[in-house]
Ligand binder design. Structure first.
Ligand code: SER
Length: 876
């Protein structure tokens, strides 16, 4: 059975048992607490929590998953990957342990064809019920059921959310893989392939269980690669049909044969595995960056490059590896093929960038090692390794290797401390925006209000009762003037920030108080909170409330949102289908649109995009919104950005026949209402990432009007019609350049004449000619020129010091001596130094020419006299 046949068999088995089939969701989860989709249950999380109603009580899915907790084990064990596929069956408050266990058994010995007496199971130590069910529902004898502790048999997402005890299935691969004794004895011989989680508790972020879920659920995960390994009877999961061809490509590129020895095998596996993970991440819209999921991607790519280099390859390998991944995996993931160009270009750029980084990092590291050796230190400071890691993406194991080659150690403790501090910052960033109110308080508020209805698609005003007043400490009954709190209404016209569109602002009023809404957010699925300040009086739960959105701001925001959809479609037409929206900000009168692209967008292309968008606005296409099942929307070709949640229905926004997107935002009713769009900026925001900014509606007009005003003012000053202004400016610039050239020639001639006259006034004594002169209205270059010209006239045994006072009242001095004096040991700098002290400054320069400057221009005459005396003394 090849991997995709196994996938099909699994899904069919559960479809036959009343489960609805789901396609894999994106690796980018629709969940602010998670960076990546790390389990098959992630898209279903709101159903377990009871935050959303599932469309069906039983689901089965295949899901691409990414995890980096075990990244160091990749290639070293038979089973650890950063990217894998999980097959799952799920019950949302429907069946529980008995059916989950029975079906896991029937699936294993039925469609999967595993031998019954080689199957072992583990259960959570306190879960006797599960152990009993294994005995009563299946043929697994007590002797092959082992109880394990929390570390092994209690599953949670690693962040706040649903969790529960689990029961795992293992397959005995035989004595050649390790000692007897069941899963507790050896994980390579007794190979875990299927995890049944009995989801029933809720945990907080530190990991404490804080309550029961609304229902008892089942979440299972069967590792596709693992079961394929067992079925295909290969020694490791790297040898299965969806991996081996990718390793083969790595062998070709590096010239190293797989199966030779431990370290080179590890490297070949790492190159293949990370290339695979990277291709999937990029195809789902992740681009390499310095933080978040972009950083995870960068780390994978850099590890792959490093292992390839370690195998002796200097040439780029990643684009060819990406091609091999796509060729192997596209049958199961058609989206990969569509994003081929994006994937290969991104990995190629990152590989080239990393080569540069490695060179820079090596230089810094060598300097740091040399410095440590110089001062006799035996350790390299941890902050050097951290800076290399953080700023240059220099892997710490490489740092350690190089440092050890020089007989030094790295201060690991310091390094780890800095890394931990950084992780702490990253966690803070993830939680940003929740304003300190814990999720359970929001859940409490949602429970009290019992569902929120958003009516803002059609209206900007509504009336209802004040549902709940939320503070970080919990739900309270009332709020008074000056308080900053959050308010929940059962019915609201306020749009909560989402899909790039900013949250609404406006007013809430009761008979006793007024609330100013400064922002609207949706902190948990299905809940809308108004962030308010009580500006007058007081308000209490249950009071009737009039809600009024700031309509001008909302309408200006809607213009930007519809314009963003039209821009998106147009950018892809002009630049290529890869230029898919990677992020956006939709505000009143203004929008920002990010997308992958491989070079600066040309001026012509920008003009074409802007013109085409505006034509489309004029054509006044209708903006239609439709609610439909997700699979229908997909079939109709709607673009789904970022991992959308599974759900019975989605909202599709279509404009004309050229734009169709899944979108929950608010829009104008027809394109013409956008009014107009003006592009104001196009810039790079990272490797292969571009950003466009634009004004819309009245702001577009205002921007254009401002620019017209500038153009008109320029034309008025030039005394021509605005259309002739450019030609006129070019002409004037040409004339200006001519005039400057003439002026420079004239000044040079004057300078030469002056120099002759000044030289004639030299004070001569004992065969030495000393010239001092105070020049007016000359710049530094001219002052230097003047000094040199005078020296030419003196011929031999001459010293010249000239000075001037600048417009700011500072003194500038230049001193030169003839070369015969330089040969005799007389230098310009000490002569000028004495003068510089008089004007409160310093001197610098060479033996034959020095310059000085000082604050006190008024003392220039005195400084020149001091210089003359010093010259005579120096010559002696
Ligand atoms: N969520 C569990 C896991 O990831 C079962 O799917 O192992």
């Amino acid at each position: 059975m090849d991997a995709f046949e196994i996938r099909e068999a699994f899904l069919e088995f559960f479809e036959e048992r009343g489960h609805r089939r789901y396609e894999s969701a994106s690796l980018i989860p629709n969940d602010p607490t998670l960076l990546l989709t790390n389990a098959g249950m992630v898209p279903f999380k709101p159903y377990f929590l009871g935050d959303a109603q599932p469309e069906t009580p039983r689901a089965t899915s295949f899901q691409k998953c990414a995890r980096t907790v075990d990244i160091e084990n990749v290639g070293r064990t038979s089973r650890h990957f950063t990217l894998f596929e999980m097959l799952g069956n799920f019950s949302f408050g429907d069946y529980f342990k008995r059916d989950a266990i029975r079906w896991a058994w029937e699936l294993s010995i039925g469609p999967l064809g595993l031998e019954p007496d080689r199957i072992w199971v583990t259960v959570f130590k306190d879960d006797d019920e599960a152990a009993d069910l294994w005995e009563s529902e299946t043929d697994v004898p007590r002797a092959r059921i082992q109880a394990m502790g929390e570390a092994d048999n209690f599953w949670s997402m690693g962040v706040a959310g649903p969790c529960g005890p689990c029961s795992e299935l293992y397959y005995d691969r035989g004595p050649q893989y390790g000692p007897e004794g069941g899963p507790a004895a050896d994980p390579e011989r007794y190979f875990e392939y299927y995890n049944l989680v009995f989801m029933q508790y809720l945990r907080d972020d530190p990991g404490n269980i804080i309550g029961d879920l609304p229902a008892q659920n089942v979440d299972t995960g069967l590792g596709l690669e693992r079961i394929a390994m067992l079925k295909q009877e290969v020694p490791t999961a790297y040898d299965i049909d969806t991996h081996r061809p990718i390793i083969a490509r790595a062998e070709e590129l590096t010239g190293v044969t797989y199966g030779r020895g431990r370290e080179s095998d590890v490297s070949l596996r790492v190159v293949a595995e990370h290339s695979r993970a990277a291709a999937f991440l990029i195809a789902d819209g992740v681009l390499p960056s310095k933080e978040g999921r972009g950083y995870i991607l960068r780390r994978l790519l850099r590890r792959a490059v490093r292992h390839a280099r370690g195998l002796g390859t200097e040439a780029p390998v990643l684009p060819a590896m990406a091609d091999a991944v796509i060729a192997t995996m596209a049958p199961g993931y058609p989206d990969l093929q569509a994003q081929r160009e994006l994937v290969t270009r991104v990995v190629g750029a990152e590989e080239a960038e990393f080569a540069r980084t490695l060179r820079q990092g090596l230089t810094i590291l060598e300097d740091a090692v040399a410095e440590a050796e110089q001062v006799g230190r035996r350790t390299l400071p941890g902050d050097t390794a951290f800076k290399l890691h953080d700023t240059y993406g220099f892997p710490v194991d490489l740092t350690v290797e190089i440092v050890q080659e020089s007989g030094l150690d790295l201060d690991r403790a310091e390094f780890e401390r800095l890394m931990e501090a950084q992780r702490e910052r990253a966690r803070g960033a993830l939680k940003r925006g929740d304003d300190g109110v814990p999720a359970h308080v929001y859940r409490d508020a949602a429970g009290r209000v019992g569902g929120v209805e958003f009516v803002g698609y059609d209206r900007v005003e509504s009336e209802s009762a004040l549902g709940a007043v939320v503070t970080p400490g919990g739900v309270v009954a009332a709020a008074a003037e000056g308080d900053d709190v959050e308010v929940v209404l059962p019915v609201t016209p306020f749009y909560a920030e989402g899909g790039g569109q900013v949250g609404d602002t406006g007013l809430l009023e009761t008979d006793t108080g007024r609330l100013e809404v400064v922002d609207t957010q949706s902190p948990i699925e299905g809940l809308i909170v108004h962030r308010v300040r009580v500006v007058a009086g007081e308000v209490a739960e249950g009071q009737p409330v009039r809600a009024r959105v700031d309509a001008d701001r909302r309408h200006a925001t809607e213009r930007s949102h519809s314009a963003t959809h039209i821009l998106h479609a147009t950018v892809r037409e002009v630049l290529g289908q890869h230029a898919q929206q990677a992020g956006s900000l939709v505000e009143a009168g203004r929008l920002r649109f990010d997308f992958p692209h491989f070079e600066q967008v040309g001026r012509d292309q920008l003009e074409m995009i802007e013109a085409r968008v505006n034509q489309r606005l004029l054509a006044d296409h209708g903006v239609r919104t439709q609610i439909m099942p997700l699979n229908e929307a997909r079939a109709a070709g709607a673009i789904a950005l970022f991992g959308e949640q599974y759900g019975e229905v989605v909202r599709v926004v279509a404009i004309g026949d050229f734009s169709k997107e899944l979108c929950g935002g608010t829009h104008v009713r027809s394109a013409a209402r956008v009014g107009g769009l003006v592009l104001v900026r196009e810039e790079s925001i990272g490797a292969n990432q571009r950003r466009i900014e634009a004004f819309t509606g009245f702001d577009a007009y205002r921007h254009a009007a401002r620019e017209r005003l500038v153009a008109e003012e320029v034309a008025r000053l030039l005394d021509v019609a605005p259309d002739d202004a450019v030609a006129r400016v070019e002409q004037l610039l040409e004339r200006l350049r001519d005039a400057e050239r003439q002026l420079a020639r004239a000044r040079a001639a004057t300078l030469a004449q002056d120099a002759r006259a000044i030289a004639a006034s030299a004070q001569r004594a004992d065969g030495l000619a000393v010239v001092t002169h105070e020049a007016v209205d000359v710049n530094t270059d001219e002052l230097r020129q003047l000094a040199l010209e005078i020296r030419n006239h003196l011929g031999q045994r001459g010293v010249v010091v000239v000075g001037t006072t600048t417009a700011e009242g500072k003194a500038q001095l230049v001193g030169v001596v003839t070369t015969d004096l330089v040969d005799a040991g007389v230098e310009a700098r000490p002569i000028l130094h004495a003068a510089a002290q008089v004007v409160g400054g310093g001197a610098g320069g060479k033996a034959d020419l020095a310059q000085a400057g000082g604050r006190e221009g008024a003392r220039l005459g005195e400084a020149l006299r001091v210089a003359a005396d010093e010259a005579r003394r120096a010559v002696g």
